[in-house]
Design a protein around this ligand. Structure first.
Ligand SMILES: [Zn+2]
Length: 409
């Protein structure tokens, strides 16, 4: 929409861009659920907030504000179209409160704070005749955003809700998380997709009072929710099944599961031992799986600490290219570079710094194993049918001398 290339990567510029992106994201959510006039109201308010000290704005802030204001002007000139969902929601609420009595308590869940505020304002006006005061119930204030409720405000709001001074809350998930919301008999979700736990909680909030939970969503949110509801139903069924069983039966089930687990583990270990025992001594070499040119003799591959397969040949480093990566410490070793075949782009393994030595470790699936004139591919070192001798740190030091200065200088 507007060209906002950053002249340089400075913190304030980045923050300003993020703020404006956040504003537009919320505006889109409002646009989806409310009328255009609500988007305009929201954007106007936001841009006034952003423009509180106009003489202190930096260039990009001024530019983004200008773009924002242009957008507001364009929206103002748009043909006013009422969002059918909005009418649906207020009609449905009037019906629900009429059926359940206007002393009922209700909650509507929406995705963003801006929508919560905007919808609460709208419904407060619409439901005035029924004497149903509506308030937004949103997350805490933080440094990023000025609109939020303080803990005291939240507490007061909930007290008003419990005492039926407020009868309908429009909440975001953060607003209601970890808070003991009173039982309400009307719960509505307005294009708000929670996970299955959320849905169970939602049902829980309405179940006792014999109330209703209503979902108003577009197709994609609805589809997601149906999946969540199906999962919730499976969880409920599983819980019900468990409840039917006595403690002894549950204990037996757990024990059986544990036994099966243990047996599976033992089977795996036995298979591995068998593989190990079947290993033999023999002549083989590994060749690059892609170009088949770069190779290393089997006798030059050694096993370090039972786990790492070292290309224990100084000259091997001349047959590969190194590309340094961000160092990462794994146990006592530091991941330092990736090694590539010099003849082709095949990634052959990594160089690790082991107590100051640069040691190339090979990944077997980058190679083909040449045994006589047969070429075999192994996915894992444990399947390679040859005995590979161990190497200790002293021997590594002989092959890869410790250097305190960079090698090529
Ligand atoms: Zn290659």
């Amino acid at each position: 929409m507007c060209d906002t290339t950053l002249p340089e990567d400075s913190g304030r510029e980045m923050k300003c861009c993020l703020t404006h992106l956040g504003i537009l994201h919320e505006a889109l959510d409002i646009n989806y659920l409310m009328n255009v006039e609500h988007v305009v109201q929201f954007l106007n308010k936001k841009y006034v907030e952003e423009n509180q000290q106009p003489d202190k704005l930096i260039a990009i802030e001024r530019r983004l504000l200008r773009c924002g204001k242009e957008l507001v002007e364009k929206l103002k000139n748009q043909e006013i179209r009422l969002n059918p969902n909005l009418r649906l929601i207020s009609e449905k609420l009037q019906e629900l409160y009429y059926d359940a009595g206007n002393d009922s308590l209700g909650m509507i869940f929406v995705q963003t704070r801006a929508t919560a505020k905007s919808l609460a304002e709208y419904l407060n006006e619409k439901l005035k005749g029924l004497e149903i005061p509506v308030k937004p119930f949103i997350g805490s204030k933080n440094s990023e955003t000025a609109d939020g409720l303080s803990e005291t405000e939240k507490k007061e709001l909930l007290e008003d809700f419990r005492s039926h001074k407020i009868k309908l809350l429009v909440a975001t998930s953060v607003g209601s998380e970890g808070i003991d919301v009173p039982e309400c008999n009307i719960v509505m979700k307005y294009n708000y997709s929670g996970n299955e736990i959320n849905i169970i909680q939602m049902r829980g909030r309405t179940r006792k009072a014999g109330g209703q939970a209503i979902y108003i969503s577009d197709q994609s949110v609805l589809r997601r929710d149906l999946v969540s509801m199906e999962k919730a139903a499976v969880m409920h069924r599983a819980l019900d099944e468990l409840k039917k069983k006595g403690n002894d039966e549950i204990r037996t089930m757990i024990l059986t599961e544990q036994k099966n687990d243990l047996k599976h583990q033992e089977d795996e270990e036995r298979k591995l031992r068998d593989l190990q025992n079947q290993k033999k001594r023999g002549f083989f070499k590994l060749v690059c799986a892609t170009c088949r040119k770069t190779e290393i003799l089997g006798e030059n591959i050694k096993l370090y600490k039972q786990n790492h397969h070292v290309a224990a040949e100084r000259a091997f480093l001349d047959r590969v290219k190194k590309e340094d990566i961000k160092e990462e410490k794994i146990n006592q070793m530091i991941k330092k570079s990736i090694i590539y075949c010099k003849q082709c782009p095949q990634n052959l393994g990594k160089i690790f710094l082991i107590h100051g030595l640069e040691v190339p470790l090979l990944k077997i699936d980058a190679f083909l194993c040449k045994e006589g004139d047969k070429l075999r591919k192994y996915k894992n070192w444990k399947f390679v049918p040859y005995i590979i001798d161990e190497i200790n740190h002293k021997d590594l030091e002989v092959i890869f001398p410790k250097s305190t200065t960079p090698e090529e200088s």
